[in-house]
Write a protein that binds this ligand. Structure first.
Ligand SMILES: Nc1ncnc2c1ncn2[C@@H]1O[C@H](COP(=O)(O)OP(=O)(O)O)[C@@H](O)[C@H]1O
Ligand SMILES: [Mg+2]
Length: 236
């Protein structure tokens, strides 16, 4: 059997002496949506940082498209096709929407206008507001800028840490629809979500992370149907 497109296998590590992640494994196939849920402080953001190379692992490997990238810097991982939207500070607030998108493409040497038009087609409001400072936009629109900026690198894997944090349910649904659209174009999605139930509804695969370890791994539908998962992590 061949590897999944992204496989982060047996990740163990943390920020100092004590490990936060304990033998944590995550994977995503092309065009699929994988969702990580779990309580606050479970290590979801830490796992995302580890996959993106912002955290040195004591044990474990990350492979993308069959290539071992465990030793690569975040910037080198971007060149390999990874894009990461962190949980906070994911836009440049004083720059315009368009400048934010241009910043996303800083590694590219080719013509970026086609990709920018794709981002504007996905998020039409950003085209209307392209000359406005990103900091002036609503929370939901800022998240669109952050996702759009990540898409400017033409990633094969898009990683999102709580993209719907602080937005209304309607804006959340809207953003999830756009994320599904991105996945249908063949891009893999690895996403952390606090809105666990709604996120698992759009997930091909879900991971419940507890204290830095995999507690449950299954299809989104199976996790939603599991009485134990529902009671403990989805509020009944
Ligand atoms: N930069 C950091 N330095 C030290 N400890 C951290 C750092 N970031 C997070 N932690 C700790 O790691 C644990 C997991 O945090 P985090 O990955 O942010 O959880 P989650 O995203 O699931 O809420 C927590 O105990 C948190 O206090
Ligand atoms: Mg987090």
């Amino acid at each position: 059997m061949s590897d999944p497109f992204l496989i982060a296998e047996g990740m163990t590590g943390g920020y100092g002496a004590a490990d936060i992640l304990h033998n944590c494994t995550l994977s995503v196939e092309p065009g699929e949506i994988a969702v990580i849920v779990g309580p606050n402080g479970a290590g979801k953001s830490t796992a995302m940082k580890a996959v993106f190379g912002m955290l040195k692992l004591r044990e474990g490997h990350v492979r993308l498209g069959g290539k071992d990238i465990t030793a690569l810097s975040p910037q080198a991982r971007v060149a390999e096709g990874m894009a990461f939207v962190p949980q906070t500070s994911n836009v440049f607030p004083t720059m315009t929407v368009e400048e934010n998108l241009e910043m996303g493409a800083f590694l590219r040497r080719d013509d970026i206008r086609g990709t920018m038009e794709q981002v504007y087609a996905l998020f039409p409001v950003l085209k209307d507001k392209r000359r406005q400072a990103a900091g002036e936009l609503s929370g939901g629109q800022r998240q669109q800028v952050a996702v759009g900026r990540a898409l400017m690198t033409q990633p094969r894997l898009l990683m999102l840490d709580e993209p719907t944090a602080g937005v209304s349910p309607i804006v959340m649904d809207e953003l999830f629809d756009r994320i599904i659209e991105v996945a249908r174009s063949g891009i893999s999605i690895l996403m952390v979500e606090q809105n666990a139930r709604q996120a698992l509804e759009i997930a091909d695969h879900g991971y419940v992370l507890v204290q830095g370890a995999n507690r449950y791994t299954d299809t989104g539908a199976a996790l939603l149907a599991d009485p134990e998962v529902r009671r403990t992590f989805l509020g009944g």
